[in-house]
Structures are given as C-alpha cells and as structure tokens.
Ligand binder design. Structure first.
Ligand code: ADP
Ligand code: MG
Length: 766
C-alpha cells in the first residue's frame, strides 16, 4: 500500500514561487490502474516523481507499506526506485549509446543480477513488448512507438510492484498510442499502475480509477481507498553496480565518440611521452656509462701512494668555504692571505712493514694484479760496438709491470696484452717492451736502448728482441773522491764487465689487447721490468757504501746539498737505501671485488688516528660517482619539466570529464530513475576516466617507444653510440599506472558533481 499524506511541494525559480503540490492526500492499492488526470501544469509529473522517489516533498509524508519515508536514506530511495518502481516517460529516456537489450538490462545491472539471468529476463520483456527482432539496434534506429516499447520492457524487466507512466503516449500518434496503452494494460498484471495523462478519453478507457488534479490539488477521485480494505506489502531490496558494469557502460559511451577520445588521450599522453623518452634516454646513457665503467673503470687500479690527497667531506667543506670567503674584484686597497690548503689536503701515508704485509696478503680472489713503484734508480750501461754508454732510466718510461697474485704470475699481463714477438718475462732479468696500439715506441726509449732513431723510422721485432743493458750495483757505480764525498765512476767498461752487474734482456714485445681497458694503453709505449729486479737491486744497495754514507749524513753525499728529513729520505730511496715502495697499485677483477677490496683496505685503518690512517685513491669510484650524480641531476630536471606537462593533462582531463558530465546529464537522470546510487554514478565517470587514463598511458608509451627509433639513429649519427634510448618494461608499466591514477584523480571531482545532480533536473535537461 502506498499513501500520500498532506504532501506539499513548492518550486522556486529566482523570486518566482510555484506551488506544484498543495496538500495532496491519496492512497493507492497494491493492485489497481490509476489515471492521474489534469491540465498541463497541475502538478501531475511532480506527484509521480515524488511517488517514484525521484523528487522529494517539502512537507507531509509518503508512506510505503505503512512505513514513513521521512527517515529514508539515499540508499533506501535508490533501492526503492530500483526494485519497486518502473518508470515510463513521455520522452522514453533511453540511453542512446547503449543497445536496446543493454537499455532493458540496465535496471537489473544496477541491482546486481547475474549476466545470464539479466539477459534472459531482458529477452522475455522485449518479447512481451514485441521487439524481439530489434534487440541489437540502437534506440535512435527505432520509431517513437518502438522506443516507448523498449521503455516499457525496461520498466518491466526488473519486475517492479509499481509502474509509473508519465504521459506515456504524449509523443505518439493516435494509433500507436492505442497500441502502447493496450500493452501497458496487458503487462500491468497485478501491479499498481499510476499513469499521468491530460487526455480524459484515455483515462476513461483504461483506468480503474481516475484522480483529477487542478493547481496542485486533488479535485476528485473516482474510487478512493477505504480504510477497511486489506493491504498487501511491497518488497524492498538493495542495489549496487559493479565497477566492471560501469566500465562497460563507459566503454560503450566512449565508442560513440572515438575521435574525441583519441585526441584527448593523445593530448594527455604528451606528459607521459616526455617522461618515458627522458627515462629511456637516461636509462640508456646510464647503461652506456655502466658499460664504459665496466670496460675501463673497473680495471682502474686502486692507488696507494706515500703522498695522497685526502678528499673527505670535511676537507671538501673547508675548501668550498675558502673559495667563497672573498668576493671577486674587490675595491678595497688590500691583499688577502690565501691558505693553499696544501697541509689540509695532502696526507702522508706511512707504509709500515705491517701495512705492506697486510696488502701483500690480500685475498687472491679480490685482486687480479698488483704492481709496485719504487723510487730506486736503476744504474745502467749498455755496450755499443766497443763503446760503453750509460743509460738514463728516466728517458725510458721505465716501470715495473703488474703481476698476478695467483700461481701464474704473468696471467695478468697475458690477459691484457698480446705477445707480438718473444715471450712474457720468465725471470727478473727479462724486460718487455710495451708498444702502443699503433706499434709505436717513443724515440727516447729506443735511443736509450741504442737504436738510431734519426735515420730510421722503423725496426723489425728481431732487431729489438735480445737487446741487452746491464744494471750496475752501487759499489761499482759510485766511487769516493779525495774529499770523502761520492761521485760517478767513469770507467764504464770496468763497471759493465764487473761480476756484480746484472744483464737485462728484452725478452718480448707486447701490445694491449683490443678490448683492454684504455688505462693500460699509453701512447708511445713503455719498457717494463719485474719488481723482483727492483727488490734485488735494493737488497744490494742497502749494504752499499754510498747508502751507508748517506744514512749518516745530512748533506747529499753526491752534490753536497743540505737535506731536510723529507729530501734525505727521497735521496736514500733514489739510491736504493729504502725498500718501501712509493706507490702500490691494486687491480680489481670487477666492481664487486673492488668493493670488497676497499673494505679490506679500510679494515686496516680501524683503530688508527686519522693522520695515521692509510688513504687510497679510487679513481674509478670518483669518476663513476661523479658521472652518476650528473646523470641523476639531469634526469631529475628533465622529468620535472615533463611533469608540468602531466599537470596540464590532468587539468584537461578534468575539463573533459566535466563536459562529459554535462553531456550525459540526461543519462545520469535515467540511471537515477532506475535506482542508481550516487556511488554508481561516480563509478560510471571514474570508469570513463579510467579508460581515458589507460588509453593515454598506453598511447604515450607506444609513441615514446616509436620515438626511440629516430632518437637512437640521431644519437648514433652524432656519437657512434648504438641504441641509447631504451624504454624499460617496468618504467612503461609504472607510467601507465601514473597516467591512470592521475586521470582518475582529475576526473573524480566532476564525477562527484555528476553524482550529486538532482535526478528530476537531470531528466528535464536535453
Ligand atoms: P504537469 O506535469 O501537471 O504538467 P508539473 O508537475 O510538471 O505539471 O509542474 C507543476 C508546476 O511546477 C508547474 O507550474 C511547473 O512549472 C512547476 N515545476 C515543475 N517542475 C519544476 C522544476 N523542476 N522547477 C521549477 N518549477 C517546476
Ligand atoms: Mg508533466
């Protein structure tokens, strides 16, 4: 039973006030066909909308099943509209972008009926109204009468208790009107049908009861309800629409405006394209840098020298403070004292025997090769025909070659160098000539070895292999003068032939391999000896007269210059009186072992005061941290730029959703009339922006991917780097996600606005 008690409803448009319903009281039976008859503007539609829960009354009460609707919540009204009410409008109110079946199914969709059940019921309803053959058509392919049949089918499909028809034949010609009225009468079954009309004949012909309206008041009722009649009750259920349904609904709507959707997606994908391209470039460059680092940097040795720069954070800070302390081009007539920071920056590493042993004992699996540089000068003489000529080590780029810590000491050299002629050195008396990648050797080196470089431009390998020089021991090389000082022996022949001299032979010519790290390729080549040779010379020198004399003297025993502690140590080291190496270089296998190697070296420092610690130089680490920092910085700045694009897209999406809301106002009204909740309406638009977001994300990714091809060919032409720009799958996925979330965010506020729209207003809009 349905009762209206003293219902009043007033509309305000500006200052104009219209009393649409003025104290309406009427009761309806569970099953009857009532016609509400009245002239235009008498309040019929308003009354129907209030009965249908589409509109609210100002005062009075609507009582359903004896229960007042005063405390109805929104969801109660939604459920009521969905389950108990079927609306049939004068203007059909079908959703134009949905097929006929989908229109009929919509009410059930909202109440969460399963797909198959829904379809079955929709087909039954369509069959009843005689439209079985038109189910896949769109509403605009039908005649008015047919559209109204669809509306009837839609109203029936959910099997409501109350059928509300607002001028159902108002837009139809007479004969069609009759057909439609017959149909309504036929399908009415045991429902309460309330039909609004201004046509008295129609009311007479079809209705069991006629309620006449005038100026918002009931003026007559042919069969009023009387209290004694027994009443039966209507049933109420809850409604809900799934996100999937909302998606389908929006997908359909979007299909009707593909061009615009594409343009929108494209415009809002520009931000995504920007970020994707930047990310793929930065990933690519990072990969190039990593590759470069893997190629070269990881092969760069860790250097530990007696004199080292200490570049810790504290020193850096001090240096930057010093740099910014004074302004440029000052006007003051003053000069300022500058602290060169020499003291702060330079760090003296004291290589104790303990430390040298510690380094020597490094894990063989961490360190691929090790080389020592010592300050000791190798005194050398060569034989040229029957002449004896001194050889100056300083001209020969002379140094010791790195050795592997494993059983095969030459394996480090063999890994990085090709033997062009001869062999790798097998003992400490064998030298190797390192040529550069163009097989060149500095003329100074060749000259010292006795080759005439002025008249000849090239030598065969055989000319070089076997070349000999002799290392002369201190006691032969230096002699005392009558003043008790030392000087160089000039009897070269005697020195050369001395039994103490060591004969060095060039045993091999080697060249860096093609994939060898650039740090091992030095222009003009070098001559390399074994560190064992240096050690042997130093062992001998330790006991030599000149070293003993130098140890006891504060002046240079050769030049008579006065020495301080530092220069004395240097002189002694030069003479071989100090076994401590000047520099140790440790070659790691790769980045991982390098880290462990550095850990090992750091461990030694534990427990030492800062100035007692041993500081090493990790060039590779410095270079890579710098390059990584720069890359990160550039990427961040670029992404910030592209990010503003995203914000613009966001605003655009909001505007577009808003226009879509305006465009679909009617649809919102229809959905509400069918019992859609606010949530469902929001979902419909969220679903639309979701689709837009995914589309623009995907589009952006696809375009960005396509862009990487021309970008790569441009970069290749400019830098010779192959396929730098690379879009990572993870980045692509994240970007699509971001695009989706942002568009949903941008569209959500308009979607909420849509949900809040007044149903009656929405239905009135065109
Ligand atoms: P009927 O359906 O009998 O033609 P209505 O119920 O539509 O009449 O309207 C009753 C009165 O209320 C009319 O004067 C109409 O102009 C006014 N009215 C109806 N709906 C609105 C509205 N949404 N806003 C303002 N006035 C309205
Ligand atoms: Mg009306």
């Amino acid at each position: 039973m349905l009762e209206l008690k003293n219902i009043k409803k007033t509309y305000h448009v500006g200052d104009v006030e219209t009393k649409a319903l003025d104290d309406i009281s009427v009761s309806f039976r569970k099953k009857e066909f009532v016609a509400i008859l009245g002239t235009s503007g008498s309040g019929k539609t308003t009354c129907l909308n209030i009965i249908g829960g589409l509109d609210r009354y100002d005062s009075g009460d609507l009582i359903i099943n004896g229960k007042s609707t005063k405390d109805f919540k929104d969801r109660d009204w939604d459920a009521y509209r969905n389950n108990s009410i079927g609306f049939i409008f004068q203007s059909y109110n079908l959703i134009t972008h949905l097929s006929i079946v989908a229109n009929v199914e919509m009410g059930m969709t909202l109440s969460g009926v399963s797909a198959s059940e829904k379809h079955k019921r929709a087909m039954e309803a369509l069959e009843k109204v005689g439209l079985k053959d038109h189910i896949h058509k769109k509403p605009n392919q039908l005649s008015g009468g047919q559209m109204q049949r669809v509306a009837i089918a839609r109203a029936l499909a959910n099997d409501p208790d109350i059928l509300l028809c607002d001028e159902p034949t108002g837009a139809l010609d007479t004969s069609t009107s009759v057909q439609i009225m017959d149909l309504i009468k036929e399908v009415a079954g045991d429902k309460l049908v309330i039909m609004v009309t201004h046509n008295p004949q129609l009311a007479e012909k079809y209705a069991d009861r006629i309620v006449s309206f005038q100026d918002g008041k009931i003026i007559s009722d042919t069969n009023p309800y009387n209290e004694q009649e027994e009443t039966r009750e209507f049933s109420l259920k809850k409604t809900s629409m799934s996100f999937l349904t909302a998606l389908k609904l929006s997908a359909n709507n979007i299909r009707t405006k593909l061009g615009r959707t594409f343009l929108t997606s494209f415009a809002s994908s520009i931000g995504i394209i920007g970020i994707a391209v930047i990310l793929s470039l930065s990933v690519g460059f990072q990969m190039q840098i990593d590759k470069f680092e893997a190629d070269t940097l990881q092969q760069m040795p860790i250097m530990i020298t007696q004199q080292s720069m200490s570049m810790d954070a504290e020193t850096m800070e001090k240096m930057s403070k010093e740099a910014t302390k004074y302004k440029e081009y000052p006007d003051e007539q003053k000069i300022y004292v500058m602290d060169s920071m020499q003291e702060t920056v330079m760090h003296t590493n004291k290589f104790t025997d303990e430390y040298l042993e510690y380094v020597d004992n490094i894990d063989k699996d961490l360190c691929k090769g090790m080389s020592y540089s010592r300050l000791v000068n190798l005194n050398m003489i060569r034989k040229d025909g029957d002449q004896y000529v001194p050889v100056t080590a300083g001209n020969m780029n002379f140094g010791s070659y790195p050795v592997s810590l494993k059983d095969e000491p030459n394996s480090f050299m063999e890994e990085h160098y090709d033997v062009l002629c001869g062999r790798m050195p097998e003992n400490e008396t064998e030298l190797i000539l390192l040529v550069d990648t163009k097989n060149r050797v500095n003329n100074t080196i060749l000259k010292e070895l006795g080759f005439d470089t002025d008249s000849t431009e090239e030598y065969s390998f055989d000319d070089i292999i076997g070349t000999e020089v002799k290392v002369i021991m201190n006691d032969d090389y230096y002699v005392t003068t009558e003043y008790g000082t030392y000087t160089f022996n000039t009897d070269y022949k005697a020195m050369y032939e001395s039994e103490n001299s060591i004969t060095l032979t060039v045993a091999g010519i080697v060249r860096p391999k093609e994939d060898s790290p650039t740090s091992m390729v030095s222009d003009g080549g070098a001559l390399a000896y074994s560190d064992a040779l240096a050690q042997r010379v130093i062992d001998n020198a330790m006991d030599s007269e000149i070293v003993k004399a130098q140890e006891d003297s504060d002046v240079n025993v050769l030049s008579m210059e006065t020495l301080d502690e530092e220069t004395k140590n240097q002189t002694l080291a030069y003479l071989g009186g100090n076994a401590t190496p000047f520099m140790i270089q440790l070659y790691p296998y790769d980045f991982e072992t390098k880290d462990k190697m550095l850990e090992y070296l750091d461990d030694f420092n534990e427990g030492f005061e800062e100035d007692e610690q041993i500081i090493y130089t990790d060039m590779a680490g410095m270079v890579s941290s710098m390059s990584n920092g720069i890359m990160d910085g550039i990427t961040l700045v670029l992404i910030a730029f592209a990010g503003t694009n995203l914000i613009v897209s966001l605003i655009m999406i909001a505007i577009i959703t808003y226009t879509s809301v305006l465009e679909r106002t009617k649809e919102i009204g229809i959905l509400k009339a069918l019992g859609a909740r606010k949530k469902d309406i929001t979902r419909v638009f969220d679903a639309e922006t979701f689709i837009l977001g995914v589309c623009s994300g995907l589009l952006g990714i696809i375009i960005a991917k396509l862009l990487t091809f021309p970008i790569n060919s441009i970069i290749y032409a400019m830098t010779d780097l192959k396929s730098v720009a690379q879009l990572k799958v993870s980045h692509a996925l994240i970007l699509v996600g971001i695009s989706t979330v942002l568009t949903i965010l941008g569209g959500h506020i308009p979607a909420r606005m849509a949900a809040k729209k007044d149903a009656v207003e929405a239905l009135r809009s065109e």
